[in-house]
Design a protein around this ligand. Structure first.
Ligand code: ZLV
Ligand code: CA
Ligand code: ZN
Length: 388
């Protein structure tokens, strides 16, 4: 009925592991790996898994993790003793505070989501996939030797390092409501990776406090990474129209100038309206339009998850985006199939639960047309210094 057919001559791979979903950050913590169970429930009840190559992902090896992370940090991460935060203050390597608690199975959790992103990147390198998906990854704040903002291992950096083995230039795009600081920092000094993050920015009042418009790459003379960091700082309440216009205009210009040979899109769903931590008014349609635009560029594409703290909305967005990847979004019945596990979680004010209609108090849009135009013209100026 939903017309799910495997696209001919076009391969989408889906990398996941049900073990990841079983981990708990603690009851009060907003990061709920269980949202992945909910997303999978939608993806499978629509039958989308039949149109993809599905892989149960494996643990990343120690050697693979060392491609980015320091040995002492990995040692500590592996042996750290579970300590739920009665004491709120983080300790060594920023671990054990309330943002990055040490929970049961932490190292396994990190190795699993990283293994999935690395596998997905390898599928793209071998031309075995046109689009590879890992909704459990996208943990963009992790540093070489430090946990940060619910992120311990930076699977995005590890995946991009895989892509760089074959691809001369990778464009990284981040639509999570937070600034993609860990990925930006990792590739700060190279001209082989351009990073572009759209995020809420309000100085130190919104985590992580970086990502202003003028943060564009190292300013010391002769550094190849100069101008290769693009930041789109936004205010509360941005809507689909402004968001998608900014996205397509800026990504279009980055692609024209930088000429990437592969794209990594971090699809953090905390940029959606109604997110528990987010501030935007983006709908499932607008969020998905960013994925559709990247697909239309016809470059190897890695889709990864990220933030997202209202689980039913996260599940909706990532199911919708999976349908865009396999090309069945237009024929999908918006009413969530009867046999969907947890279907009741998706019902609110409508008679039938639907895929695209999310729950969320509208937020006042504080982004003026003047500011939005100014962002585009500043970035266009910046891109004059970039060559593909
Ligand atoms: O979505 O946290 O604001 C990718 C991602 O981008 C902070 N953390 C830190 C800096 C000092 N603070 C306070 C520490 C808060 C500890 C607990 C919460 C608990 C309950 C509800 C909300 C939070 C919270 N924490 C909200 N924002 C934070 C940020 C980290 C945001 C990470 C976003 C991760 C996965
Ligand atoms: Ca972002
Ligand atoms: Zn986020």
């Amino acid at each position: 009925k939903n017309g799910i057919v495997r696209p001919k001559g076009y391969n989408v791979s889906w990398h996941s592991n049900p073990e990841i979903e079983k981990h708990h950050f603690g009851h009060a913590h907003p990061m709920k790996p269980w949202r992945l169970t909910l997303a999978k429930s939608l993806i499978m009840s629509y039958g989308m898994h039949t149109a993809m190559d599905t892989y149960v992902s494996r643990l990343a090896t120690r050697e693979e993790l060392e491609d980015f992370h320091s040995e002492d940090y990995l040692d500590y991460l592996k042996t750290a003793k579970v300590a739920m935060p009665d004491d709120e203050t983080p300790k060594d390597y920023n671990l054990g505070g309330s943002d990055c608690p040490i929970f049961e199975g932490l190292f396994n959790y990190c190795s699993m989501y990283a293994g999935a992103s690395i596998d997905a990147a390898r599928k793209l390198c071998n031309n075995e996939s046109d689009i590879a998906i890992n909704w459990s990854g996208g943990l963009h704040h992790a540093k070489k030797a430090e946990a940060s903002g619910f992120c311990y291992v930076n699977d995005i950096v590890l995946a991009i390092l895989q892509l760089l083995r074959k691809h001369p230039r990778v464009l990284y795009i981040d639509i999570d409501v937070h600034h993609g600081d860990g990925v930006e920092e990792a590739f700060w000094s190279t001209d082989r990776v351009m990073t572009l993050s759209m995020h809420k920015y309000d100085g130190l009042n919104f985590f992580p406090g970086t990502g202003d418009l003028d943060r564009t790459g190292p300013d010391n003379e002769g550094n190849p990474g100069a101008h290769h960091a693009i930041n789109v700082p936004l205010s509360d309440g941005i809507d689909d129209e402004q968001y998608v216009w900014l996205f397509t205009t800026i990504v279009g210009r980055c692609v024209d100038k930088f000429q990437p040979t592969a794209i990594v899109l971090q699809c953090g769903a905390d940029s959606l309206a109604g997110d528990r931590l987010g501030r935007f008014n983006v709908q499932v349609q607008g969020h998905g339009a960013c994925v559709a635009y990247c697909k239309s560029l016809k470059l190897p594409l890695l889709l990864i998850g990220g933030g997202g703290y209202t689980p039913r909305n996260v599940a909706r967005a990532w199911a919708h985006e999976t349908s865009i990847a396999i090309g069945c979004d237009e024929t999908l019945d918006p009413i969530i199939p009867e046999h969907t596990p947890y279907r009741e979680h998706f019902r609110h004010d409508t008679l039938f639960p639907t895929l695209e209609q999310i729950l969320g108090e509208p937020r006042v849009n504080r982004n003026t047309k003047k500011k939005v135009d100014e962002i585009v013209s500043t970035i266009t100026e910046q891109l004059r210094f970039v060559n593909g």
